[in-house]
Design a protein around this ligand. Structure first.
Ligand SMILES: Cc1cc2nc3c(=O)[nH]c(=O)nc-3n(C[C@H](O)[C@H](O)[C@H](O)COP(=O)(O)O)c2cc1C
Length: 162
């Protein structure tokens, strides 16, 4: 509960590199998410070099976050294993949340970028990946000395249907 509540979206990072082993552990957390029929529809593209980061950044108004982060991971739905679009997308959401929480445990800040989906096709073309891969999100990873920001949520009562 502490990790769930203390995790915040981090939008500015220090230059300290993120180890590939840590990204590996974060992806490992992601792939242990549940998925319908255990079809594991997630795919990951790690973007760490400056040229590719700058390239990716041009497709979102939040590009400064991608440029600031030492590593971003693009998360895709593999349409070739899809069995139910809604359920597969939900599974990918679970995968991403696992990744954010594992990163937080490793003291690595993250930001889930969805706005970039407005230019989904352009990003897919730019990365030149298999056309079965549909972009779901970009997650930025990096260190920050501001990991303890105050979050806010509405009161629990406002979500419970009477
Ligand atoms: C589906 C989704 C899309 C998001 N897209 C963006 C985005 O494009 N840019 C951004 O800065 N934050 C984005 N966020 C982060 C939210 O703004 C953030 O999670 C929310 O304000 C709550 O803050 P917290 O994560 O610090 O608790 C996104 C989060 C989700 C789950």
């Amino acid at each position: 509960m502490q990790i769930i509540k203390k995790r915040r979206s981090i939008r500015r990072y220090s230059d300290k590199p993120v180890l590939k082993e840590d990204i590996q552990a974060i992806i490992e957390a992601g792939i242990w998410a549940p998925s319908g029929l255990n079809n594991q529809p997630w795919r990951f593209k790690i973007v760490a070099n400056k040229k590719q980061k700058d390239g990716l950044a041009q497709f979102t108004k939040y590009g400064h976050i991608i440029k600031s982060a030492p590593i971003s991971v693009c998360i895709f739905l593999d349409k070739s294993v899809m069995y139910n679009r809604d359920k597969d997308i939900m599974a990918i959401g679970a995968c991403i949340q696992n990744m954010l929480l594992q990163a937080y445990e490793l003291n690595i800040g993250t930001c889930w970028l969805g706005e970039i989906l407005n230019q989904r096709e352009a990003v897919e073309k730019y990365l030149e990946l298999n056309t079965d891969y549909e972009l779901m999100a970009v997650i930025t990873f990096g260190y920050s000395d501001k990991m303890d920001g105050q979050g806010s949520r509405k009161k629990i009562e406002s979500f419970i249907i009477k």
